[in-house]
Design a protein around this ligand. Structure first.
Ligand code: SAH
Ligand code: SF4
Ligand code: F3S
Length: 438
């Protein structure tokens, strides 16, 4: 039997879709397929911003016809949007053809829910408030070779005032240190070349034995083998010199830190409940760059938070200049029901928000291009991860997170390849394979 999974949202969700595929495989759905050919279609949803939800609503709605025409087709919808207050009910009312609705905490039960659906006509709904400690027994079907995602923790306790994640992913829970290390060891043995440790806020990791995140990272990077390590996401309030020291100690850890700053003005940062200042953020970057001069930093930025003035927005622009980010994800504030910020007065009009994001994106892109241009004529080592049919080229990322394309006669996917950069087109690099180290 065939399956099709549609995933929205962050890397956490991409990895959870791999776990969903693992559960489906156990249930006899063992071949991924197109939407039309599938015997079960699973939507793994996101609700971080309104447009993420609108996409899912549109695409689920479009299945009505297929469901009517294809006898036996199962449609399951899970993930963050389903966990959101009132949304499961709304989905059920709007799309009565959905067979299974499962919240973020119910993912491990999906197999049992499929069984249950076989015995009852009406939709099966599973919405718990909490998830168990770990997920032993789920074997993800990994889809991102040579990269592998490894959860180190779930949930978030930070309650940034704009963010829905703490409501839909629940409280922080860390996985056991030994369990994580065993998973990484086995992935490395299986030939995975890049391990990304995942958590909404990795710095909050606390193993049962008291292990901190820097200690865990140190242990992961000490595992023998030819692989590199990434981690995300870090929270600036938890930045520590200990983390920098561990990064510096291990060549296996990529010289890249994703450190979402969100805004450049202290009043807005306070309203966001981020618990650091612009000055503290820049000081921490200075420490990082003093210790690891080539470390690249990327970030997330939100414009048009309630009451943000033009002057305050300009502080986000000036921060982008000062912080020298390699790239940034940029978002317009999206009010999420149930969060503090959604109740704040002083919403910014759509026109102003669009104007701000346009200016911010232009600045971020020009900085990214500037950085790309510095690569010209230089060498960098990428981990080849895929083939781009349209370009007729292989591609991969260097440790700094920059994408490089190149032509190659053999199939080098899974190899570390040194490129000599011959062209830098905006965010991407183009090069030729070169001998020797980068
Ligand atoms: N745990 C991570 C990722 C959170 S979601 C972190 O703390 O950084 C990824 C990004 O989405 C956030 O960093 C933020 O920039 C953005 N985001 C979250 N909620 C948002 C909202 N309501 N409106 C606009 N952007 C939002
Ligand atoms: Fe959301 Fe803040 Fe938690 Fe990140 S740290 S998931 S932005 S609440
Ligand atoms: Fe979206 Fe949930 Fe991730 S809301 S960004 S899929 S944690």
């Amino acid at each position: 039997m065939k399956y099709h999974i549609v995933t929205y949202g962050c890397q956490m969700n991409l990895h959870e879709s791999e776990k969903i595929a693992g559960i489906l495989k156990e249930k006899g759905y063992d071949a991924p397929s197109s939407l039309e050919e599938a015997d079960i279609i699973v939507f793994n949803t996101c609700c971080i911003r309104e447009n993420a939800e609108n996409h899912a609503f549109g695409n689920i709605g479009a299945l009505k016809k297929l469901k009517r025409e294809k006898k036996g087709l199962l449609i399951a919808v899970g993930g963050c949007m389903v966990q959101e207050e009132g949304k499961a009910k709304l989905l059920k009312a709007k799309f009565p053809f959905i067979d299974i609705l499962f919240g973020t905490h119910n993912l491990p039960e999906l197999g049992a829910l499929i069984e249950k659906k076989r015995t009852q006509k009406k939709a099966v709904v599973a919405l718990s408030e909490e998830r168990g400690e770990t997920e032993d027994g789920i074997f993800p079907v990994r889809t991102s070779y040579p990269n592998a995602w490894v959860n180190i923790m779930y949930g978030c306790n930070n309650f940034c005032s704009y963010c829905i994640v703490p409501y839909v992913r629940g409280r922080e829970r860390s996985r056991d240190r030994e369990e994580i290390l065993a998973e990484v060891r086995s992935l490395v043995r299986d030939g995975y070349r890049e391990i990304t440790l995942l958590g909404q806020n990795v710095d909050s990791y606390r193993g049962g034995d008291g292990t901190t995140f820097p200690q865990l990272l140190d242990a992961v990077a000490s595992i023998e083998g030819n692989f590199r390590v990434r981690f995300m996401t870090s929270h600036p309030k938890d930045f520590s010199e200990e983390l920098v020291a561990v990064m510096k100690r291990h060549a296996k850890i990529c010289r890249h830190l994703h450190l979402p700053v969100q805004a450049g003005n202290n009043r807005i940062l306070r309203l966001m409940n981020r618990r650091y200042t612009r000055e503290k953020y820049l000081e921490d970057l200075a420490i990082l760059r003093r210790e690891i001069p080539d470390c690249e930093v990327t970030t997330d930025l939100i414009v048009a938070f309630p009451t943000e003035t033009e002057e305050e927005f300009q502080e986000t622009l000036s921060l982008v200049e000062e912080a020298d980010f390699a790239s940034a994800f940029t978002f317009i504030f999206s009010p999420r029901t149930g969060t503090k910020a959604a109740q704040m007065e002083g919403r910014i009009s759509e026109d102003v928000a669009k104007d701000r994001i346009t200016r911010l994106v232009a600045l971020v892109n020009s900085k990214t291009r500037e950085k790309s241009a510095r690569y010209l004529g230089k060498r960098t080592e990428i981990l080849c991860e895929d083939y781009d049919e349209k370009k007729g080229m292989y591609l991969g990322r260097d440790q700094y997170g920059r994408m490089g394309y190149f032509r190659c006669e053999r199939n080098p996917i899974g190899e570390f390849v040194t490129l000599k950069i011959t062209d830098a087109n905006g965010i991407s690099l183009y090069g030729e394979e070169a001998d020797g180290p980068a």
